[in-house]
Design a protein around this ligand. Structure first.
Ligand code: SAM
Length: 216
């Protein structure tokens, strides 16, 4: 049933661009975990969010092969920029090659290293942040973005944070193993956001779950 619904949604949403289709294909050929890529529907949703919010500066934590970065860049205005950070330097060549093939690629700046080290050096403030790095680091990304440890937040009132995979294949509502740090930290992240009076949020159960957060 879900497969049929997914096919229906897919077939009646604006088709993926040729470039994104090629990137999806190459990601499946060249990487061990191609499932990490956002994909057609989530990519289009990210592009739509960008078109609606009209951010001047986007930060992405976790580039992987660049699918979500290219999707968001497609919705960006002329003067706007997207900084995307990837810790795995083996992904740099593939992602940059696809950015170079895109008419929007000039708006994307790819940084190699941990977002926890690099993001604070980029200045900000960022109008939109897509959090899609290591799930065990989600609470640390949130503290960094809100300036909890430094007193220097990377986002201001009116900014939006979008955190991916926050339902973690349903593991957030199942008993959690002691050594399952991924699920534990996602649970901590979702609880922190829900209890934080500085933000309002809604969890969207698309794909593996998106937490959509607005800084008040
Ligand atoms: C789920 S994938 C990102 C998928 C991509 N955003 C997309 O939608 O196509 C997560 C990526 O985050 C990267 N990553 C993990 N920890 C990171 C960190 N501290 N800083 C930057 N990237 C990180 C991983 O190497 C991996 O490529």
């Amino acid at each position: 049933m879900m497969d049929a619904l997914e096919k229906y949604v897919d077939s009646l949403s604006t088709p993926e661009s040729e470039l994104l289709r090629a990137l999806d294909h190459e990601t499946h050929m060249q990487t061990i975990q191609p499932r990490m890529l956002s994909g057609h529907i989530q990519g289009k949703l990210l592009e739509m969010f960008v078109r609606m919010l009209r951010p001047h500066s986007i930060l992405e934590i976790g580039t992987f092969t660049g699918y979500s970065a290219l999707s968001m860049a497609a919705g960006l205005g002329e003067e706007a920029t997207l900084d995307t950070i990837e810790v795995d330097d083996e992904l740099e060549e593939l992602a940059q090659r696809f950015f170079d093939r895109s008419p929007c690629g000039g708006k994307i700046r790819l940084h190699i290293g941990s977002a926890l080290d690099i993001a604070p050096t980029l200045g900000g403030p960022f109008d939109l942040v897509f959090i899609d790095g290591d799930k065990r680091e989600y609470p640390a990304y949130y503290r960094m973005l809100m300036g909890d440890d430094t007193g220097r937040p990377l986002v201001e009132s009116g900014a939006f944070l979008l955190a991916d995979n926050i339902l973690w294949s349903g593991k957030v509502v199942a008993p959690v193993a002691r050594n399952d740090l991924h699920t534990q930290r996602i649970l901590e992240f979702n609880r922190t956001v829900a209890d934080d009076p500085r933000v309002e949020n809604v969890i969207v159960p698309l794909r593996d779950g998106l937490n959509l957060i607005r800084v008040k």
